[in-house]
Design a protein. Structure first.
Length: 273
């Protein structure tokens, strides 16, 4: 006869043991969640101590022109959460994402303090094969992290596919970032969902652009508050974020502005001519 859940507490002995007849059987302890602390106290508190490893985290570009900022935020997270481990990351890209965002520049990632040589990039045209490759990468347990980058709607990533990814990430302990641009959030099994946009940086001498700043909003998390927002400045040397300080700022250019044409300050991910 199956023991009902209501009877389970009565069967527990001392020190977390399950009493079966005259014997005590050790219960399997709940695994301790490993978290990465961002360096911003309010953000880490909202996340219950930090961003959880071995979970799915969605990163949505606020607008199409924020795709570079969302990519930069993903690169910073990969760099920080690697935690000195010499493990390869797998970055899977759809063909539309490559056409929209171009190629991730190794020098740009290195400027963020990362190690681009520790990341394997692959473009997969078929959406189902893209998601299958992500599941296989997560299940291998050999990777430090997996990134799936797509542009536009992705009907193949339904709730069933999302749960499959979440289960694979949880079982292996490998973190998955879903990097989305040109798409609206849909129901999923992700642990957290973020919206990312470019934000003004602090000016350096000669009014040069400073460290990248990201405007992020926590749209959703499975267990905890949401609807919170921060402006985070990336510290490449310490590999943490700090809250963006006020002061002389280099503004984010608008479309059609001289900066967007290659003159003056430019968005993160772009270079002046």
């Amino acid at each position: 006869m199956r023991v009902g859940d209501s009877l389970l507490p009565a069967l527990r002995g001392e020190k977390g043991l399950l009493r079966v007849g005259a014997h005590h059987v050790p219960l399997c302890p709940q695994p301790t969640l490993r978290r990465w602390a961002s360096g911003v106290a309010a953000l880490d508190t909202a996340l219950g101590g930090g961003l959880t490893y071995g979970r799915v985290h969605e990163l949505y570009a606020a607008q199409d022109e924020d795709a570079a900022a969302a990519t930069g935020f993903a690169l910073a997270l990969l760099t920080a959460m690697a935690d000195g481990e010499d493990r390869t990351a797998l970055w899977l890209r759809s063909r539309r994402a490559v056409r929209q965002a171009g190629v991730v520049q190794a020098n740009g990632w290195r400027d963020l303090g990362g190690r681009p040589e520790d990341c394997l990039f692959a473009m997969i045209a078929d959406a189902k094969e893209l998601l299958k490759a992500a599941v296989d990468g997560l299940r291998s347990g050999a990777l430090g992290a997996v990134v799936v980058e797509t542009h536009g709607g992705l009907p193949e990533l339904d709730l069933t596919a999302s749960r499959r990814l979440a289960l694979a990430a949880e079982k292996s302990g490998t973190t998955l970032f879903l990097l989305r641009s040109g798409a609206e959030p849909v129901p999923s099994a992700a642990e957290t969902r973020w919206q990312v946009a470019a934000a003004p940086s602090r000016a350096l001498p000669a009014n040069a652009p400073g460290a990248p700043v990201f405007a992020i909003e926590l749209l959703r998390q499975r267990s905890g508050p949401s609807g919170l927002s921060w402006q985070l400045e990336w510290n490449r040397d310490r590999r943490i974020f700090t809250e963006a300080a006020s002061g002389d700022l280099v503004s984010v250019p608008r479309r059609g502005s001289p900066a967007a044409a290659g003159v003056g300050p430019v968005r993160f991910g772009q270079r002046a001519a």
